[in-house]
Design a protein around this ligand. Structure first.
Ligand SMILES: [Zn+2]
Length: 561
């Protein structure tokens, strides 16, 4: 961690150059900050005395990747609870949402081509891949065009290493990998309509989606074939990225599909068997290789070379399902202490990077937001509660269970209805209320990487627009001023939104999220932009504090919206 070395060096120089003793610096508010203006004080604390990067470094560098159900994940639960306690938050504890499924730890891994020449590979196992030891095996490229074509591999794959996946063209990056939202893009967001995708069931009939389903079906057929033919290991090209960036999520299971209707089929694709299910035993060991190397190996095979590979993958599963936890802590309110304002992000990550941008950044910013309020001794009227979730990557498990227990859950939905709602967004038509439903004001989430906050997605709740407009006013100079009626999905605010509670995700600059870090081996601390994260944490603290101080709870949407 280079910053530490710089700090140590600076301190040493200071000691050598000055005869005076070094006294620890006390944070003193600059004279320009009005002590009666809490938002100005939040800004001062968040931008000048930030600890967000220290928090994130511990989470990502020291604890490391935090796959749901892994020992690192539990360590992150414990560490965040203890850290929040140290900062003076109350009632810090872990709350169970599990049991999750099988815990998985990668103990050691190496993969290389040894014949006809040595090619050490840039590669990672997929999460929950079973262990395998292949001292030396022939490599086969499964380049079947369709189901009939698959027959020519019958009886050819037992004990072999099988390359599975199409060659992907690699192009030079003439455009920057990192981007910020332009004024034009922000304007488009500001002018966007409330985007609902309500015609998803109809769109299922569209030719492009039908084509997608067909190729997906063929893919699943091939997975089943690989399993039944006894392939020793599947090698896939990274689905995105190049130049050493590899994307990897969970190992694929050859799911049985429900073909009773297009909707049921898509649902079964999403909610089929998972490699972490306790009763899943049919997973072929799977690794992913850098695209340039994968492409080269296919070209060598086509040129008639006989490739042989050596792979050692040591992974460990827990015998039974492990418990999943969220970390919860509070700053108690005063005259409205029984009402709640929440903030959070998800702690779980994928396994090849260190989960710095997805979603260490959101966790560190949410923690920093409550630290700022606590450090300033601000006395919120409502109770402020932080929720650091796990199981987000597998389907918002942690936040969904938490919301169900405390606030409520959708009721009376068919499986297809609830799947449609998940795909299209929006809240359920009917809900069963939980004990704290009437006490809840709002939840704020950050989960789109390292980029600074540019505004807020209103999530179909127009009634909050004028309130948020006021709250963003003091942060216009930091680039945060856009409010959009368009919605965003894919993360934990949806668990709140599903039962019509105000749950929001901020608009963030993209930086390198989709081009480099999101679920990749490059999701690491060095790809974090410190100034962006400080800005985000500061604005989150202001929103949290403002929500806690309002006379009323934030307005809610109409049911089913
Ligand atoms: Zn995420």
């Amino acid at each position: 961690m280079p910053q530490r070395h710089h700090a140590a060096l600076a301190l040493l120089l200071f000691a050598l150059l000055s005869a005076s003793t070094i006294v620890a610096q006390q944070p003193t508010p600059s004279p320009s900050v009005d002590p009666n203006d809490p938002i100005a004080r939040i800004r001062e604390e968040g931008l000048k005395r930030s600890q967000v990067m220290q928090t994130l470094s511990y989470l990502s560098d020291v604890i490391g990747p935090r796959l749901t159900g892994s020992p690192n994940m539990k360590r992150a639960n414990d560490w965040t609870r203890d850290q929040l306690t140290k900062w003076g938050l109350q009632n810090a504890h872990l709350e169970e949402w599990g049991p999750f499924g099988r815990g998985w730890v990668l103990k050691s891994f190496s993969a290389e081509v040894v014949e006809p020449q040595s090619i050490p590979l840039i590669a990672f196992p997929f999460a929950w891949s079973p262990a395998v030891d292949v001292p030396l095996a022939d490599v086969v490229y499964l380049d079947a065009k369709d189901e009939a074509d698959l027959a020519r591999f019958k009886g050819q794959l037992r004990g072999k290493i099988v390359m599975f996946g199409s060659v992907r063209e690699v192009r030079a990056h003439f455009d920057a990998l990192a981007t910020r939202l332009s004024e034009k893009e922000l304007l488009a967001l500001a002018n966007a309509d409330d985007s609902d995708d309500a015609d998803f069931a109809e769109r299922l009939e569209s030719p492009s989606l039908q084509q997608l389903l067909k190729s997906r079906m063929f893919f699943i057929k091939q997975m089943q074939f690989l399993k039944s033919e006894g392939a020793a290991l599947i090698v896939s090209p990274s689905r995105g990225g190049d130049g050493g960036t590899i994307y990897a999520e969970e190992a694929l299971v050859a799911t049985e599909l429900d073909t009773s209707s297009p909707l049921a089929m898509v649902r079964s694709m999403f909610f089929g068997k998972k490699p972490y299910d306790v009763n899943t035993t049919s997973v072929v060991p799977q690794i992913v290789v850098a695209v340039e190397q994968y492409n080269r190996l296919t070209r060598m095979i086509k040129a008639g070379e006989k490739l042989r590979m050596k792979v050692s993958l040591v992974s460990q599963f827990s015998k039974d399902a492990v418990m999943g936890y969220n970390t919860i802590a509070e700053i108690p309110g005063s005259d409205k202490a029984d009402e709640i304002v929440m903030i959070g992000g998800h702690m779980d990550s994928w396994h090849t990077g260190t989960g710095a941008t997805d979603n260490g950044a959101g966790v560190a910013a949410a923690m920093e937001a409550v630290r700022i309020i606590q450090a300033l001794g601000l006395k919120p009227r409502r109770t402020i509660r932080i929720g650091l979730w796990s199981g987000e990557e597998q389907g918002l498990f942690g936040s969904e269970a938490y919301v169900a227990r405390h606030f409520g859950k959708p009721s009376g939905e068919s499986e297809n209805d609830s799947f449609l709602r998940l795909v299209q967004g929006g809240s359920a038509k009917k809900i069963t209320r939980g004990p704290e439903y009437d006490k809840f004001s709002a939840y704020y989430n950050l989960d789109n990487g390292t980029g600074k906050i540019r505004g807020v997605y209103l999530q179909g709740n127009e009634a909050v627009r004028s309130i948020f407009r006021q709250w963003l006013q003091p942060f216009r100079d930091l680039g945060a001023s856009t409010l959009t009626a368009s919605n965003t999905g894919g993360t934990d605010h949806l668990s709140f939104d599903a039962i019509g509670l105000p749950g929001f995700q901020f608009i963030q600059d993209e930086i390198e999220y989709e081009t480099r870090t999101h679920h990749s081996n490059q999701d690491v601390f060095d790809r974090i932009q410190g100034e962006d994260l400080k800005q985000a944490a500061t604005i989150m603290a202001a929103f949290l504090y403002n929500t806690a101080m309002l006379d009323e709870k934030l307005p809610r949407k109409a049911p089913g919206k």
